[in-house]
Design a protein around this ligand. Sequence first.
Ligand code: NAD
Length: 262
Amino acid sequence: MAASADTTTTTPSYTLTGKIALVTGGGSGIGRACCQVLAREGARLVVADINLQAAKHTLTLLPGGQQHVAVAMDVRDRRSVEDAMKAAQDQCGTPPSLLVNSAGVFTMVPFSETDDDTWQKIIDVNLTGIFLVTQAFATSLLDNGKDPKGAIVNIASIAGKTGYPHLCAYSASKGGVITLTKTCAAELASKAIRVNCVLPGVIDTPMGAMVPDELQELFKRLTPLGRLGRPEEVAEVVAFLLGERSSYMVGACVEVTGGYGM
Ligand SMILES: NC(=O)c1ccc[n+]([C@@H]2O[C@H](COP(=O)([O-])OP(=O)(O)OC[C@H]3O[C@@H](n4cnc5c(N)ncnc54)[C@H](O)[C@@H]3O)[C@@H](O)[C@H]2O)c1
């Protein structure tokens, strides 16, 4: 029997060609890596971040000739989110049909010393932010999209499944992201919008660097792969969850942890 060509390595697979993808937190870390991988897969990117300069810098790193755009967005603020969504639609001519909710903040502080402001800021960005952005995204896609078929990936955390000492607000926010993902997934599936989330372990980004060195070493020892993750290793899973190759995945929580917390 003649050997067939290996299409997995010889045929480029631009899985997201023609799609417009909005990535919050696209100015750094996992969000930036998502922008790079999604652009490689053919998507046109709307890089959204509270730090517009960082979002603009991401634009300079993107492959492909698609006309990517950067927008300022504070995910905590409904007005800012809706304005940015409208700017994305105006600049691209149609609303985004793919969304990555990656904007996030992180603070390590003992439970008994967590003050109201710290608790509220983390919940506002990590959880309320996803609520606001997802609502604005779904509304604009369903009201104005030419092809209202969409996909959303939320960046939760393995801490949202396991909890972790000194991460009460962060873990609670990420646990909320997991159940928000499942609820939105159940409601939006009938409208042809799939929603899933990923649960990264400790990833080598500016946020990951906020984990003290001795704790990073402990995580490495507790991780079967014995190392921290790279942002692009999360982004590849995100690209898969946004594309048609995951067409039967809805409400899934995919752990990208090197085995930590399984
Ligand atoms: N790095 C890790 O170890 C790790 C592990 C698990 C989950 N995560 C999650 O992954 C996501 C990305 O984390 P990262 O490591 O890339 O962090 P990062 O600090 O490198 O990037 C976060 C980005 O979010 C933006 N941002 C912060 N507040 C915002 C707001 N109010 N509105 C809009 N943008 C805002 C920042 O400007 C920044 O560009 C976060 O949700 C984080 O909780 C990270």
